[in-house]
Design a protein around this ligand. Sequence first.
Ligand SMILES: Cc1cc2nc3c(=O)[nH]c(=O)nc-3n(C[C@H](O)[C@H](O)[C@H](O)COP(=O)(O)OP(=O)(O)OC[C@H]3O[C@@H](n4cnc5c(N)ncnc54)[C@H](O)[C@@H]3O)c2cc1C
Length: 398
Amino acid sequence: MTGELAVVGGGLIGLATARAYLEERPGADVVVFEKEPRLATHQSGNNSGVIHSGLYYRPGSLKAELAVAGAEEMYRFVEEEQIPFDRSGKLVVAVTERELPALEELERRGNANGLIGLRRIGPEEITEIEPTATGIAALHVPDAGVTDYVAVAERLAARLQEQDVVIRRGSPLTAIRETSDHVEVVVGGETHRFRNLVNCAGLHSDRIAALGGIRPEVRIVPFRGEYFTLTGPLAERVRASIYPVPDPRYPFLGVHFTRAVDGSVHVGPNAVLALGREQYRGRPPSLRDLWEMARFGGFWRLAAANVPAGAREMASRWRRLYARQARRLVPGVRAGHLARGRAGIRAQAVDRYGKLVDDFVIERSGRSVHVLNAPSPGATASLAIGRHIAKVIAGGTR
Ligand SMILES: Cc1cc2nc3c(=O)[nH]c(=O)nc-3n(C[C@H](O)[C@H](O)[C@H](O)COP(=O)(O)OP(=O)(O)OC[C@H]3O[C@@H](n4cnc5c(N)ncnc54)[C@H](O)[C@@H]3O)c2cc1C
């Protein structure tokens, strides 16, 4: 097979990249290779389903730019495609005085990022908006919402196939060889030739980059996020999304409550080091992944600097302790109200100093573009990230 563009990874970002590329070059030969039998099997299908609004991200960062543009585009896409969504808004709630400076910083960032309708509210208004929540102050973000990202991925794929894009499921890429005028890829023992390649392989993106001959500055460290489903009387009363004030030292947003588009309320996710890039519940640790982590200096620096936070998150795996964390925002939650749900594994890039990389990282090398860090709000921003990558391929930006 020969073609113009090979996309590795059938998650939201790979599919959005194929879409953006075709918008710029209608009729181009594009092939998406996905190793799993289904699209959106990993991060894109196991997340909170939230359309973020751009509150958290450092003004001027790629994340801020692409989250704000991507959220609007995502709302347009789901509306046009009649995919369920709800612009239900969210509260970010401070429960102690110590959290107020961080809440102020979020307000500043939100305003700098151009959020519309962002408002600081007090305890009474908190309970007017979310009768189950309590706190001393909160930010109300009316533009946040929820959707079904698996449906988004499936619809993107259907629209691509209408434009003759080949989507090869069950097709893991295992080798890359790049020359001055093409990129050869080996998939399922067959060699194919393309003019360009985009690596959107999520949890495996650093490995795909290494196959392409580059030594990425960052490595993927997998952090599992476990969800519970809220049951009992409170499940009827949580209206939309209730978030804590995140710890500014970490890119994770903290255990939150979200009413999904199917009406269920999920609580989570925590952030626990996974013993394998795809170590979902019931799966054994991966010796290969653990060995690679052990050989990466950045991992040990990260571990050494985060022992208390790591231990706290590990402890949150017990339902009673998880309920205690959730009760900070919604005091009525008891362990018996939490039914174990699914889990997602974040592809979090870590640098060699052990720092969790906050911004999106998209790098071009020769004829290939590698997405080396696309954590939350990567689903929200996916359509805008795809556009950005299409420009990088054309050489317009880095
Ligand atoms: C727990 C959790 C909660 C989150 N919550 C939100 C949220 O509420 N809102 C939001 O905006 N974002 C959220 N995110 C982030 C968001 O889900 C991701 O940023 C986004 O899905 C990344 O998309 P992707 O296409 O890069 O990755 P993925 O969806 O992981 O796709 C990568 C694909 O590459 C494939 N692949 C890997 N190796 C190969 C290979 N060798 N050959 C072929 N294919 C390969 C994989 O099978 C996979 O399908 C969350 C993430 C997690 C994990």
